[in-house]
Ligand binder design. Sequence first.
Ligand SMILES: [Zn+2]
Length: 277
Amino acid sequence: MDTAMPAGSLDAMKPPEGDVSRRVGDLGKAGKAVSAGLVGVLLLVGSWSGTSAAGPGSVDVNAARQVEHLSNLRPKMTTKLIPFHHKRKMQMARYSGRHYGKRQYHLNNPRVIVEHYTDGPSMMSAWWTMANNTKDIGESPGVCTHFIIDERGRIYRTVPLDLRCRHTIGLNQMAIGIEHVGTSDRQVMSRDRQRKASFHLTLWLMAKYDIKLRNVIGHGESLLSPLRYERYRSWKCMTHTDFSHHTMNRYRNHMRQRARAHGVLVGRRPHWVDIGC
Ligand SMILES: [Zn+2]
């Protein structure tokens, strides 16, 4: 997840052993993203369905179609929220102040989806790691992600999408985090139900918030993202290897086809950056 690994050759890097909390890392924020996403979906559905908003009636029709479209894309999920009360919100706001320059715990405009794997034995071990709110790299709050997908493809909603989570250094201010129970991205992608659940959930989030495919990344790609921003110089090159660049290239290739089949815009090809790590 978040944290303490200097980056070198991404594919060659090994995550810290047996430390589930470190793999979770920073999560993101989601508050105003809902309204922005709604606009994106309205435009998307209008374009996808070949209609245009030519008047108040058309807008209503498009809005209804958008809601229906999103509803159809939404995967089944179980709500199992971790405790995220006032104290943790204030910790997240202060973390944001230190690392992003503005105290805020809301995730207002998610622009990135980060895929992780837990490197732990079960959904509940990851859930408890998030719920315990243990300091990570000496700072509060603890790590978390918005979703956990277990090995059988069951999706658990763990944090509301309008709250930031610590799961990816430099991107928590704008990223939704998805954890996959497993010990490698190869293992996760080899499980049919878990892989399909991941694609399903990610596509719904792309449509809901108008997130482009180039910003669907693995934790191991975080240093390559042009959107990454981190104020701590000593954290400049910190990242983790879950999921790797290699796996995510295949992931995005599949998502491109799936998105087109479901009328979800994918946007331009990825533009990676080299920050000299
Ligand atoms: Zn991770």
